[in-house]
Design a protein around this ligand. Structure first.
Ligand code: ADP
Ligand code: MG
Length: 399
């Protein structure tokens, strides 16, 4: 789960990381008022969306009066911000953060990620802040400092000092930098984050080290341990299909193709998507109904897949171990009766209670295409979808 910049800043500041004074607003008027409350002469208005690259896309504006703040916000609110991280559809701006503008002396890049090779948290830093890490690694790879943290003892002072020295910070700033690095690491560890990125971390002209931007991503499977973090979820920033699925306890990933996939288990989902591609099609999603799925759960999965306009055929592929093919079949039949979709549905069942499952499908009298193997299922799904396409093309040619 991602959170907003202002939320990440609040989280990090609770761990001793320095930030500039700022306040959140839900309307241009409120933003102008927040500016007045904060005082000072210069502010930065920052669109709160779950994506980086806002500066270049018009989502970060420097303002020199309350009037400026209001005008900048009127430009932002309700609009979709498209950055290189959002995809072409962009992300809606419903909140802005008004922050005191600070005099920047230096910009540093700081990131904490899970390094799967070493199975450690890795601290990545660079003296070339402000640029995206991808750009830094392409243009100034020599400026990148990496350091793995030993989990048993956590980030040690000497290690943090070493990073600070490598970044070329002057001696007087080292203790502040050590505090910042340790604060970010503790936030990462204590809150089960998978990513913390502060870009830029700045040194101000009055020698303060501040996180001027902050991004945090958390491990969804650990959110139950951190209700205060779960509360920060902002559904307006998520793919609506994915948040609807999460609310129903289903694991769903939206993709760009047109064959909807209902499967059990992530491994089988991968195999199903590969086989669809091999057969010449493109999956529209990855939907995992999990183990022991009841007919009701299968109905929910169906509704979710059908609600995506892009879906032109549905492939149900179940290899039942803990699951029961008869339950899945009941769910499929019930869903088709309720939703009455106007698209081909292909079902491949294997494993526990497969005969009962097949009987339920056969007896239903519904136009379900049954397949014996995964390859056959994928070919039939792709075939049915292509057939649909040629029909549609033909109809378009006639009209
Ligand atoms: P993004 O990474 O999404 O583009 P940032 O928060 O990093 O957004 O802001 C972009 C740039 O704007 C920063 O690199 C920094 O130079 C400048 N900036 C951001 N916040 C402030 C601030 N409070 N004071 C001065 N400059 C700022
Ligand atoms: Mg940034």
């Amino acid at each position: 789960m991602d959170i907003h910049e202002y939320q990440a800043k609040e989280v990090l500041s609770n761990f001793g990381v320095g930030t500039a004074p700022g306040a959140l607003a839900y309307s241009p008027e409120q933003a102008a008022y927040r500016g007045r409350e904060l005082g000072g002469e210069k502010w930065v208005v920052k669109a709160q969306v779950h994506a980086g690259g806002r500066g270049k896309a018009g989502g970060v504006k420097i303002c020199e009066s309350e009037h400026d703040i209001q005008a900048a916000c009127e430009d932002m609110f309700g609009r979709k911000l498209v950055t290189h991280q959002t995809g072409p559809e962009g992300k809606g701006i419903y909140r802005v953060y008004v922050e005191a503008a600070v005099p920047i002396e230096r910009e540093i890049y700081l990131g904490l990620v899970l390094d799967r090779t070493s199975q450690r948290v890795m601290i990545v830093a660079s003296s070339e802040g402000g640029m995206e890490i991808e750009e830094i690694s392409a243009e100034r790879p020599d400026s990148i400092v990496r350091s793995n943290v030993e989990p048993a003892v956590g980030l040690q002072d000497f290690q943090a000092r070493e990073i600070a020295f490598k970044l070329g910070l002057e001696a007087a700033l080292i203790p502040q930098m050590v505090r910042t690095l340790k604060g970010c690491y503790r936030a990462f560890r204590d809150l089960d984050a998978t990513m913390v990125e502060v870009n830029p971390l700045v040194v101000t002209s009055d020698n303060r080290i501040l996180a001027l931007d902050a991004k945090m991503t958390f491990d969804d499977n650990a959110l139950f341990r951190h209700p205060q973090i779960s509360e920060l979820r902002d559904k307006s920033q998520e793919d609506p299909r994915e948040s609807r699925a999460a609310d129903r306890g289903l694991s769903y990933v939206g993709l760009d193709g047109n064959i909807g996939c209902i499967v059990n288990g992530a491994g089988l989902a991968m195999a199903t998507m590969d086989t669809i591609k091999l057969a010449g099609g493109e999956p529209a999603n990855f939907l995992d109904i999990g183990g022991g799925a009841t007919p009701e759960r299968v109905v929910k999965a169906f509704r979710l897949v059908m609600s995506d306009d892009k879906v032109q055929a549905v492939l149900v592929n179940i290899f039942a171990g803990i699951n029961r093919c008869d339950w899945v079949a009941e769910g499929v039949v019930q869903a088709l009766r309720e939703v009455q979709p106007d698209l081909p549905v292909i079902v491949r069942l294997a494993g526990t209670n497969v005969e009962e499952g097949q009987k339920i499908l056969a007896k239903s009298g519904l136009p379900i295409i049954r397949a014996g193997t995964l390859t056959e299922a994928a070919e039939r799904a792709v075939g049915a979808w292509q057939n649909d396409l040629t029909q549609a093309t033909r109809m378009r040619a006639v009209t």
